[in-house]
Design a protein around this ligand. Structure first.
Ligand code: NAD
Length: 422
């Protein structure tokens, strides 16, 4: 099943469980705006290449649109649609005053020079700047986009509107309006939720030593491995796009991070056995942290998953079919719209700091993030008990509850749909 159908199936299932007003489901099943742009870029060899870019604004019921943008060769409209939709639900799960959006450009960032990436980013801003802005739509990093790309985005936008606008984008470097704690926020938020979930278990069901595999070793995965290792979890496996690394006795995470940063892949580390990328998912462990991309645990491999707990730091890593199968088997899945919401939460903090031109110490960011993640988990847990459903269904119900109230309070005119085509 494709990613967008997957998202719609999750939405429909939860809507049915809570007997949601069908107009709410219908409205949220369509993004408000879809923009497709052509992004012409002068390449280093002098040639001109035109890339296709997207920005989808799903819903602004609860505040300005918010969501990252990614640079991937096979990114497509349906994928961005799914991610934009999930952002509306994610912001509602953690109760931060944003709607949902997402963007992307079809390109291979790994093969582009810094100069080409800068020109691509600036051209993308020129193409979308009329629909973004600190009060309208606030992008952020996602796959293969980083703080440097956010700095270029902010600079180009500020130039176009002729005033310094750090709040147009989050995930910036600290020196140009970034927030302390943003780089590790997605992982940290997921770890807070995981710890809270483990605390709900009876003493007899708790383990002294949890063995963890982390799929994906970028912003979300690397920080997750580092934080969990620091808390005493044993990291037995990691992977990136080139392959996996497994050692049942536990990996030296600092060494893996060092090798990933200096040699480009976790497979360059001599700490364990090297595996093909997909093989890492099927190795023995207690907790599988999914921090790579969508559609990783699917019908083809769901029967080989050995973990008891899945922590979804990536968006949409478990297909609808695999989710149903694993739930029946008793595997606990901490769903993306809750597990990875720490990223957008600290993005919200960054935006608040930009609005005030007043910057918070790291401790303040961490305390505020922890409180929001813990309250969000408790609220999801309450709905899970009330509806006797999975954590994913409860997370959607928790979000619907807030989205429906906003829709009813604002009235039907609040969600006027407007599509923009190239
Ligand atoms: P990133 O670009 O920093 O890292 C992605 C990592 O995944 C890289 O290590 C890459 O090698 C690896 N990867 C790609 N394909 C893989 C495969 N088939 N098998 C194993 N590893 C593979 O991206 P990121 O920001 O860490 O994002 C990862 C996921 O987390 C995405 O789904 C993203 O949408 C989600 N997410 C990120 C944030 C954030 O703040 N960065 C917030 C919420 C959700």
């Amino acid at each position: 099943m494709d990613f967008y159908k997957n998202t719609l199936s999750n939405m429909q299932k939860s809507a049915k469980i809570m007997k949601l007003d069908s107009e709410v489901l219908e409205t949220l099943s369509h993004p408000q705006k879809t923009l497709i742009v052509s992004v012409p870029v002068r390449m280093d060899d002098g040639s001109l290449k035109v890339f296709e870019g997207y920005r989808i604004q799903h819903s602004e019921l609860r505040g300005p649109f918010k969501g990252g943008f990614r640079y991937l060769p096979d990114v497509c409209l349906d994928e961005i649609k799914a991610l934009a939709t999930e952002m509306s639900f994610k912001c509602a799960v953690v109760g931060i005053p944003y709607g949902g959006a997402k963007g992307g450009i079809k390109c291979n960032a790994k093969e582009m020079s810094q100069g080409e990436l800068e020109r691509l980013t600036r051209k993308y801003v020129q193409a979308v700047y009329q629909i973004v802005g600190p009060e309208h739509d606030i992008p952020a990093p996602d796959m293969y986009t980083n703080s440097q790309i956010m700095a270029w985005f902010m600079d180009e936008y500020s130039r176009l509107v002729n005033k310094y606008q750090p709040g147009v984008v989050t995930g910036k470097p600290i020196e140009v309006g970034g927030s302390l704690g943003r780089d590790s926020a997605t992982a940290q938020g997921g770890v807070y939720v995981l710890q809270d979930y483990l605390n709900t278990l009876d003493e007899k069901d708790r383990k002294k030593d949890y063995k963890v595999i982390v799929q994906g070793f970028g912003n979300a995965g690397m920080h997750a491995a580092d934080i969990l290792h620091g808390l005493g979890f044993t990291i037995v496996g990691v992977s990136d796009s080139r392959g996996g690394l497994y050692n049942a006795e536990g990996l030296d995470v600092q060494q893996v991070i060092k090798d990933k940063k200096t040699k480009g892949s976790v497979t360059e580390c001599n700490e364990g056995k090297c595996l093909k990328p997909h093989e890492i998912l099927e190795q023995p462990c207690d907790i599988l942290v999914l921090a790579a991309m969508e559609n990783q645990v699917i019908e083809e491999n769901m029967k080989h998953i050995k973990a008891d707990i899945l922590l979804e730091l990536a968006n949409g890593p478990t297909s609808f079919e695999a989710d149903e199968y694993l739930n029946k088997k008793g595997v606990v899945i901490i769903p993306d719209i809750l597990a990875n919401a720490g990223g957008v939460t600290v993005s919200y903090f960054e935006w608040l700091q930009n609005q005030q031109s007043y910057y918070w110490p790291l401790e303040e960011v961490k305390v505020k993030l922890k409180r929001i993640m813990q309250e969000s988990f408790a609220r999801v847990n309450k709905f899970q008990k009330e509806y006797k459903c999975s954590m994913r269904e409860a997370a959607y119900i928790s979000a619907y509850d807030r989205l429906e109230k906003a829709m009813k309070l604002r009235g039907s005119g609040a969600n006027l749909r407007c599509k923009i085509y190239r």
